[in-house]
Design a protein around this ligand. Structure first.
Ligand SMILES: [Cu+2]
Length: 163
């Protein structure tokens, strides 16, 4: 009887180990993901600034901003060393016409993202201090609510290379 119990106990132990190892591995993986998100509350992806004709002093910048927090975060202002001013714009349909409109902020939804893209939200880069050619990199500083600052190096691309 005692022998049978010992076999049962051994069987139970190996069953538990077999069951625990994968679940432990899974919980470890999800824990590291959470830690990464805490370090990177906001993630900027696929950013680019449109190459304009050399005579142009104005261009536009685009990117995807991911918010890995449970609260909305607003983009409030943007600066760059390549232009005098950067405005936040969106394109709205007004009376059948596409119009650009300045906005005070762009909200990045909690656990979501916002895409700045041609035909939608974009950064209006005004008063270029140098000509921007495909292959150049432009330093862009983004200020969000809650004193969150992000500096990204944004590549200059021609519109043709995107579409
Ligand atoms: Cu604009």
């Amino acid at each position: 009887m005692r022998f049978i119990l010992r076999i049962l106990a051994a069987g139970l132990a190996s069953f538990l180990i077999a069951g625990l190892v994968p679940s432990h591995a899974a919980s470890y993986a999800s824990r590291t993901a959470v830690v990464q998100n805490k370090e990177e509350k906001l993630v900027i992806k696929g950013s680019w600034i449109q190459e304009g004709p050399p005579s142009s002093k104005i261009t536009a910048g685009f990117m995807v901003i991911e918010n890995h927090t449970p609260a909305d975060i607003s983009l409030l202002s943007v600066t760059t060393d390549a232009a005098r001013v950067v405005e936040l714009h969106k394109i709205v349909l007004e009376g059948g016409m596409m119009k650009m409109q300045k906005v005070d902020s762009i909200t990045v939804p909690a656990n979501g993202s916002v895409e700045l893209k041609p035909g939608g939200y974009h950064l209006m880069v005004i008063g270029l201090t140098r000509a921007l050619k495909e292959g150049d990199e432009v330093k862009v500083n983004l200020t969000f609510a809650g004193n969150i600052e992000k500096t990204v190096s944004v590549p200059v691309k021609s519109r043709d290379s995107i579409e």
